[in-house]
Design a protein around this ligand. Structure first.
Ligand code: UDP
Length: 327
């Protein structure tokens, strides 16, 4: 058995990663406290319920499965909440990750794939980001993730822990077979909220800020298809197992879309109108986050082939309309 420990495997991205790992011949072992995940999304390998802050439980799971690598997704990820309750982010994301890193080192599991974020870059002048862009996060979510990146570098120097760090931002779309998909409660992400507004699950979408320095005044983000994203993570495990060493990769498409452009695309794909109103800015939001992925393409052989806006919205819409959404 070639086990990979997947923290957050019951969540949106983690469950898609488990499916991709299984397809690549690994056994994904999900470690998740179900604070935002769903047990019925754990379909592709064993489930171990546990909290990253519980070190004895982590030690037990490492001893039981002896994973060849860790894929670490478990984290809180709401920018707005991280501004109102930063302690929750520093405790769960940063302290939780420290526990996990120490447990991995103690167990001799020295391959670590980490889900980081372009939010670590913060506000930059209208540039397409690359891995060498300066990291100056403007919200506690991004800061909590940057600190974990720093830890990984330190534990490489001290313990030989090798990491592949993926920095990405707006993940969208879903599994081809709609076996799993995006399901957050509360939902805060743009595309599922637009789909909720379209089919009347909520009254209207509120656009957070229309006075940004962008062509239409709304924020610009780079959207990556979740299946492309998790493919990169499997390539990351193989990279580490081939002893290629620690490396950071941005995962983006190099193209950004404004909130209004995403709404227009959703209207087009679904053939419906998007009820919306305009509200104030949300704390912690950057004007524009767009990330190229030249390094991932050249060095990992990654291709974000499914990451067109129409495809991501169509996949999300299919999942949205399936019975799964109503559980
Ligand atoms: N957004 C919005 N209304 C909403 C939710 C999000 O206008 O109800 C905007 C948000 O301000 C940001 C973009 O949509 O500019 C993407 O936000 P999301 O929460 O999906 O992801 P984030 O970029 O925060 O990771």
């Amino acid at each position: 058995m070639t086990n990979v420990l997947v923290t957050g495997g019951a969540g949106y991205i983690g469950s898609h990663a488990c499916k991709a790992l299984k397809a690549a011949g690994f056994t994904p072992v999900t470690f998740d406290n179900l604070c935002t995940g769903w047990e019925d999304a754990v379909k592709f390998g064993p489930f171990e319920k546990g909290d990253l802050l519980d070190r004895p439980r982590l030690d037990e799971v490492f001893a039981k499965y002896q994973p060849v690598a860790v894929m670490h997704f478990a984290a809180l990820s709401q920018v707005g909440e991280s501004m109102s309750n930063p302690g929750k982010y520093w405790l769960n994301n940063t302290c939780g990750s420290l526990n996990l890193i120490e447990a991995a080192c103690a167990a001799g599991c020295l391959n670590f794939v980490f889900s980081s974020t372009c939010a670590t870059y913060g506000e930059q002048d209208n540039v397409v980001l690359n891995e060498d862009s300066v990291q100056l996060p403007i919200n506690a979510y991004g800061a909590s993730k940057r600190a974990i990146e720093d830890m990984l570098r330190d534990f490489d120097a001290s313990h030989g822990l090798k990491s592949v760090i993926f920095r990405y931002f707006n993940v969208a779309g879903g599994d081809d077979e709609a076996e799993i998909g995006e399901f957050h409660r509360p939902e805060t992400h743009l595309i599922p909220l637009i789909l909720d507004a379209i089919d009347g699950k909520r009254a209207a979408l509120t656009i957070f800020g229309t006075d940004y320095d962008t062509p239409d005044g709304t924020c610009i983000r780079d959207y990556v298809h979740v299946c492309d994203l998790v493919d990169a993570h499997v390539l990351g495990v193989n990279w580490l197992r081939a002893d290629k060493g620690s490396r950071v990769f941005n995962l983006g498409t190099g193209s950004g879309f404004s909130v209004r452009e995403v709404m227009d695309a959703a209207a087009q794909v679904t053939g419906r109108t998007v009820p919306f109103n305009e509200g104030p800015r949300r704390a912690g939001d950057c004007t524009k986050l767009v990330s190229g992925s030249t390094r991932a393409e050249e060095e990992l052989g990654w291709t974000p082939g499914r990451s067109t806006l129409d495809r991501m919205i169509a996949d999300a819409w299919r999942w949205h309309q399936s019975g799964h959404y109503e559980k």
